[in-house]
Design a protein around this ligand. Structure first.
Ligand code: FAD
Length: 506
């Protein structure tokens, strides 16, 4: 269908690649620009997608809502479950566990964030585990789920949630959505990329069967290979593997279990970690490891030995390097998804980075031709976002008390200056500062600092004002209100059965 914008010759945006990045981009561009521009997508069945990426963070709901997607239909179509937190098992030392739960913790009193009261309370023996003051954490532990405001006390925060879903089904769901909004899909392998001799811009994708797909702007969603941004335009890769050395993974699905935990589990092992992501129809599993410390064969047997249901195939190996492209927007090409960079899957940030790249693209969408100012802005914002997430991930590895060589090296390694500054701020008096609009909030940093065993020497002086008895009463009240709220929530499995059970799993 022709766009009806009134322009004689509507511009064409071509998306190269049809993985999660390609179809999320196509769905958003179809939804918001479908009437003003031609949107095309090229994908190759022969090459396929990476086929992992099942755990998300709450911002995915903003994306789905912006597109006008009905949540329960989406959950059913993608065999999704709800996610309230990530559980970290064995990251401080074997046997230890904590959660990074979404949502607020406790209740701030005056100027000092809640955690200063908790730090003082802990020192004085009147505070319980940090988890007791987080609605998400307690609901996750109890395998409960509800949507909307708290039912039993107005002072309790909302319970933000994300999804654990089948990435292939999500891409298929978005494909239907995008095609209904005029996005034109072509199946075929891109064999050659044509460039304008004068400007150096990409002008067309030439497919193996000879078809030529011309465009004004190109979105590179071709995955790790970065066919346009790297192989054609030569945007360099900034390698961060000296900070985050895991470089391989093996993924294997296993049978459905009744324990649809409303959280993803990340269990540390001697040279990395293993994920467990329960969906309605199966469980996603994978092992992430540093190849210098663990062989592929050992990784495969370790993965298979730690499943809680029968494997549904053989482990599938994946290789990656943590880092990002120096320029994610170069000439008339914008990289979105794995072609732009990858920060290992520990905090489930990749799909979110696709989402923010799309909103940045929509915000800075050029008129007739992209300008250097637009590219610079896009690249600066992306750099900041990637670097702050990188630092958050490094913290999980850095503060550990494990004995294996891999973990000893992580403890001894130097960290980026910005992270060293944050750790120093925390270790003195428990201060946490969120920079600009970086992804992870103060409470996210708090849970990982505390979970990884970093204890500050002091706390904000304002938290010293109440009496010890007053502080104990305050902490006790929050804990009781949270426990009462969680007790009346349906179970996670019951909630899914009532609202959004997928057909195959019903
Ligand atoms: P791909 O899925 O690789 O898609 C590339 C597309 O480009 C395909 O359609 C392919 O056919 C096409 N293509 C490539 N070359 C050509 C060509 N020459 N011609 C035509 N088409 C071509 N993210 C999360 O948010 N949560 C997670 O839990 C998570 N876990 C992960 C675990 C691991 C081990 C890894 C490696 C990644 C994980 N990710 C996760 C990241 C997530 O998988 C990706 O961000 C997401 O799948 C997007 O991938 P993509 O679309 O960029 O690339």
């Amino acid at each position: 269908m022709e766009p009806d914008s009134g322009r004689a010759d509507p511009r064409t945006i071509v998306i190269a690649g049809g993985g999660t990045a390609g179809w999320m981009t196509a769905a958003a561009l179809g939804r918001f620009l479908g009437k003003a521009m031609r949107i095309r997508l090229v994908e190759s069945d022969e090459i396929g997608t990476i086929g992992v990426g099942e755990s998300t963070i709450p911002q995915i709901r903003v994306f789905n809502q912006a597109l006008g997607i009905d949540e329960d239909s989406f959950v059913r179509a993608t065999q999704a479950t709800f996610k309230l937190a990530i559980e970290f098992v064995g990251w401080l030392r074997p046997g230890h566990r904590y959660m990074h739960a979404f949502g607020d913790i406790g209740r701030d009193s005056g100027l000092a964030p809640f955690h200063h009261s908790w730090l003082r309370g802990r020192r004085e023996g009147v505070a319980r585990d940090l988890a007791c003051y987080s609605l998400n954490n307690m609901a996750a532990l109890g395998e409960r789920m509800q949507r909307g405001p708290a039912r039993t006390a107005a002072m309790l925060p909302d319970m933000p949630y994300a999804f654990q879903f089948d990435a292939g089904l999500y891409a298929a769901f978005l494909r239907r959505f995008a095609e209904e909004r005029g996005v034109v899909r072509t199946q075929g392998r891109i064999a050659q990329v044509e460039r304008d001799a004068q400007s150096g811009d990409v002008s067309a994708l030439i497919l193996a069967d000879g078809q030529s797909i011309r465009g004004d702007m190109f979105i590179d969603c071709t995955g790790f290979g970065g066919l346009l941004i790297a192989r054609t335009l030569g945007s360099e890769f900034e390698d961060w593997s000296h900070w985050l050395p895991c470089d391989r993974a093996m993924a294997v699905p296993s049978g459905r279990t009744d324990a649809f935990t409303p959280y993803t589990r990340a269990t540390a092992h001697g040279a990395g970690w293993q994920w467990r992501i329960p969906l309605q129809h199966r469980t996603g599993n994978g092992i992430v490891y540093a190849s210098g410390h663990l062989s592929d064969d050992e990784a495969a047997s370790r993965l298979l030995a730690n499943l809680d249901s029968e494997p549904l195939g053989d482990p599938r190996p994946l290789r990656f390097t943590t880092g990002k492209r120096k320029e994610m927007w170069k000439a008339n090409v914008i990289a979105v998804g794995l072609s732009a960079g990858f920060l290992e899957p520990l905090e489930s940030t990749s799909i979110h980075l696709i989402q923010t790249a799309i909103s940045r693209l929509l915000k800075l969408l050029p008129g007739d031709r992209p300008t250097q100012a637009q590219r610079d802005r896009f690249n600066r914002e992306s750099d900041f976002e990637y670097a702050r997430i990188r630092d958050f991930l490094i913290l999980h590895y850095r503060a550990n008390a494990r004995n294996e060589l891999f973990w000893q090296e992580r403890r001894a390694a130097t960290v980026p200056e910005a992270l060293a500054d944050r750790i120093a701020l925390w270790e003195a008096d428990g201060h946490i500062v969120r920079e600009q609009d970086e992804l992870f909030t103060e409470v996210a940093w708090l849970q990982v600092f505390a979970g990884q065993g970093l204890v500050p020497a002091g706390n904000h002086p304002l938290a010293d004002v109440p009496s010890r008895a007053g502080l104990a009463e305050y902490l006790d009240l929050i804990e009781k209100l949270i426990a009462r709220e969680v007790a009346q929530m349906p179970t996670h499995a019951g909630f899914i059965a009532a609202h959004c059970a997928a057909r195959a799993a019903a």
